[in-house]
Design a protein around this ligand. Structure first.
Ligand SMILES: [Zn+2]
Length: 524
């Protein structure tokens, strides 16, 4: 069977910000899914990138005495470095100033222009430059932007409009059809209701061009018009996989990967992704993505994190302090993906010391230690003793893990996937406690039983490492290395790899340093 394509995306991040915990959160979640899907054998294409156009970028560049392109080029490495630091395994990194993107955007609007979905009209409204968003007079709050509270500018200009209003009914039918098919387009459900009632209220045509500045993709059929930055940005999802290119290889790539399985977004940009984006695709006659998943905000002490509130820590700082895997684990385990989640240093330290140092790290180190002590650092042969009830119980938890994990990941429930994995880790810890290998080691008569117990626990660790790998790739690779197993990153059939009993007897096992050093609570 040829591998199934699986295309997933993060939003492209705006170059006027540097990577922060919020963008890292979305990207880590997407990465864990990409890694898991590769381990199930899918042909994954994982895209992230940068949104480099718009008035705000032009202004920021100006303030820094740079051209807009120079400004973008100076910010892009900060994202690339952060993603590398966090072990993000993206297959591509699109920048909207790239030729492939501009070409695709132009092809797209030419198509919609030819199909009669665009018209020229006058636009008046209040514009919030930092948000790159228009607001009607009655939407303003005390004359300020209703979104961010900052000053707005009055803008009146001739724009090109997309007949978005024609798509309200087709969109409602589309949402309902997907619902009926059991594969909802908008996830989670709370977001779905919000979008549906918004569309039910009717849609206004959408201004898609600007003439007051030039830092954008020019509309090919209208002089002095550049594409509105938000619309330009959405198109990255198709231009990155080859849309708009004449090269047959690009066309084949587009054919293979589009439509995407999932767009991960923050809940603040859901209308762009669940209303405007599918309407644009419908107008162009292109297939629609499988789903858009909106995650919540990260809150510290009940407030949305932001630089201005001074409660922002950089991803690099956290990774340096706690380790990359621990960082990735904490955010995916402690915050239910899809809901707002409170994060705190205290909770992070607790997760690291509890789940990682005590449960997982300690299981590996005490077990590897005993193998060193009782079996010269080699996996014992378990065939001398029959399987006892306690062994079968651990095996049963391991056997049920692939299906539970798959179900959770299909629902984008990272916490659930990790919980299922931890059921195996905890069961193995209890098993060791109850089997007390240190007592079995006291007599030659119980040597066969000692071998069986250590083998069972080692096999459980081998399986647990597989399912930790999407979220914590480094430590899982290290656990497999210490057990002289192959490259965990090369696994392409996780279910087959997880089948019980594959750990070769006599494999050298290395004790190594603690996988997750305990964090001193008071020092934090
Ligand atoms: Zn604003």
């Amino acid at each position: 069977m040829s591998p199934k394509p699986f295309y997933l995306t993060t939003p492209i991040y705006y170059v006027n910000s540097v990577p922060h915990l919020g963008t890292a959160y979305t990207t880590i979640a997407a990465d864990a899914l990409a890694r898991y899907r590769r381990m199930t054998g899918d042909d994954v294409f994982f895209l992230t990138g940068l949104d480099e156009h718009g008035q705000k970028v032009a202004q920021a560049a100006d303030e820094h005495g740079m051209s807009p392109q120079e400004w973008c080029d100076s910010i892009a490495p900060r994202f690339l470095e952060t993603w590398e630091l966090l072990d993000i395994s993206n297959d591509d990194f699109i920048r909207t100033t790239q030729e492939r993107h501009k070409r695709g955007v132009q092809a797209f609007w030419t198509k919609l222009h030819d199909e009669g979905y665009l018209y020229k009209g006058a636009y008046e409204g209040w514009y919030c430059v930092p948000d790159e968003t228009f607001h009607a007079e009655d939407q303003l709050v005390d004359g300020k932007c209703p979104g961010c509270g900052r000053d707005v500018e009055f803008i009146r200009e001739e724009n090109w409009f997309f007949k978005l209003s024609e798509f309200a009914q087709p969109l409602l039918e589309f949402y309902a059809t997907r619902e009926a098919e059991g594969r909802p387009f908008i996830r989670p459900e709370t977001r779905r209701n919000e979008v549906v009632s918004f569309v039910e209220g009717g849609l206004k045509d959408l201004s898609i061009s600007r003439t007051t500045f030039s830092w954008g993709v020019p509309l090919p059929f209208a002089d002095n018009h550049v594409t509105y930055v938000w619309i330009d940005a959405l198109l990255n999802y198709i231009t990155a996989v080859g849309y708009g290119s004449d090269d047959p290889a690009d066309a084949a790539r587009f054919e293979r990967y589009w439509p995407a399985q999932v767009h991960f977004v923050g809940k603040d940009i859901i209308r762009f992704h669940c209303v405007i984006w599918p309407a644009m695709l419908m107008a162009a006659g292109l297939p629609l993505p499988d789903s858009v998943f909106a995650h919540g905000f990260l809150l510290t002490k009940g407030e949305k994190m932001s630089k201005s509130k001074g409660n922002a820590v950089s991803p690099a700082e956290l990774a340096a302090r706690f380790g990359v895997d621990a960082y990735r684990y904490y955010f995916l385990r402690d915050v239910q993906f899809g809901a707002d989640g409170s994060i705190s240093m205290e909770a992070m330290v607790q997760r690291i010391n509890g789940d990682l140092a005590n449960d997982w790290g300690n299981l590996c180190s005490r077990l590897f230690n005993m193998v060193g002590k009782y079996f010269d650092g080699r996996v014992p042969d378990a065939n001398g003793a029959g399987e006892e009830e306690a062994d079968a119980a651990v095996r049963a938890v391991a056997d049920s893990l692939p299906a539970r994990y798959e179900a959770a990941m299909t629902a984008f429930d990272y916490a659930g996937a990790l919980e299922a994995t931890w059921d195996l880790i905890k069961a193995t810890n209890r098993y060791i406690e109850e089997s007390a290998p240190w007592n079995l080691a006291k007599s030659d008569e119980t040597r066969a039983r000692l071998a069986a117990v250590l083998y069972t626990a080692l096999e459980a660790v081998r399986v647990a490492a597989l399912f930790c790998a999407p979220v914590m790739p480094r430590t899982s690779a290290e656990v497999w290395r210490r057990m002289s197993l192959g490259d965990i990153g090369a696994v392409t059939d996780i279910e087959a790899a997880a089948k019980w009993g594959q750990l070769p007897s006599d494999n050298p096992v290395e004790k190594g340093d603690p996988l997750f050093p305990r964090i001193d609570k008071d020092a934090e």
